[in-house]
Design a protein around this ligand. Structure first.
Ligand SMILES: [Zn+2]
Length: 303
């Protein structure tokens, strides 16, 4: 009896373990299929995955505020903006103009534009050297070339865009292209959102701040800019501003708003100041660039 019962139990155990083995085999087969599918997708679409991942990660970084150290200002001398501009160490450009639907370009605004080499492409004078360096870096790093699809657009050309595509085009006066400060770039076969499917496009998005450019409409900035992610639209703001904006993951709106008027901030070898009619001098400086901010004031960058 005892033996029989034992044998009976044995048989049931064997039966159970057979079932378990089948279930295990099925689970393993499903897992292997899943892993194979994931590996296939990673190999076949590496850039698309990278793009999706970075868009998701970036969208969690919104709402950042500018954080910069300010300097002690007691006893510092101040001069009128006009007088400051006469100083031979000071040059003026339009690099830090905030242009959007809230701060629109005035009707009498004139962009400092000139032809870029003999390309037939017109862009603001202050961005040309920086763009030349960025394009050269892309050619050195990758077996491709960076091209400009759209640079400076006159008010009339912007108006034509609005008439052609009223839902997407920016209103006349609210586009940075009208100041010649923005470039829509691409590499052959990779334009628009597809720019990020190229290694060069990913690199430009990660490194353009070293050349003074920012991704003006980042995925994390949609609330602040009111514009959806545009990985192809690079905007010149100069150094060190581009680096600060990229490092702190903020937008140009947050950057300009974050600079309190009449305060001097420091970043590396630079002093940064936003002012209205008087410039506070931070002691000794080698050179300075002053740009209107298009909100009624100026931003001065001392080196
Ligand atoms: Zn653009």
């Amino acid at each position: 009896m005892r033996r029989l019962r034992k044998c009976g139990l044995h048989a049931r155990d064997r039966c159970m373990s057979k079932k378990k083995k089948i279930v295990l085999a099925v689970v393993l087969a499903v897992l292997v299929c899943l892993i194979a599918a994931v590996v296939f997708v990673i190999i076949k679409y590496p850039n698309k995955l990278r793009r999706m991942a970075s868009t998701v990660i970036n969208s969690f970084n919104s709402g950042n505020k500018l954080k910069l150290k300010s300097v002690e200002q007691d006893g510092l001398e101040s001069v009128d903006v006009e007088k400051f501009m006469e100083d031979e160490r000071v040059s003026a450009d339009q690099s830090l103009m905030l242009i959007n639907t809230q701060y629109m370009l005035s009707e009498d605004f004139t962009a400092d534009v000139a032809e870029y080499g003999e390309s037939g492409v017109y862009m603001n004078l202050c961005i040309q050297d920086a763009y030349r360096e960025l394009a050269a870096a892309v050619s050195t790093e990758f077996d491709t070339k960076l091209y400009v699809r759209s640079a400076y657009r006159s008010a009339q050309e912007q108006q034509e865009q609005v008439e052609e595509n009223s839902e997407v085009a920016t209103a006349v006066g609210a586009s940075e292209h009208q100041a010649g400060l923005a470039l829509d770039v691409y590499v052959p076969y990779f334009a628009g959102m597809g720019f990020l499917d190229s290694d060069a496009g990913v690199w430009v998005n990660k490194n353009c701040q070293d050349y003074g450019f920012i991704i003006r409409y980042p995925a994390y900035g949609e609330k602040s800019t009111g514009v959806t992610f545009e990985p192809w639209h690079i905007r010149y703001v100069g150094l060190p501003h581009a680096k600060i904006i990229a490092e702190q993951k903020i937008t140009l709106e947050k950057y300009v708003e974050g600079l309190a008027i009449g305060k001097i901030y420091t970043y590396g070898d630079y002093y940064i100041e936003r002012c209205v009619d008087k410039v506070l001098l931070p002691g000794e400086f080698e050179s300075a660039v002053i740009s209107p901010d298009n909100t009624g004031g100026y931003i001065v960058t001392f080196k």
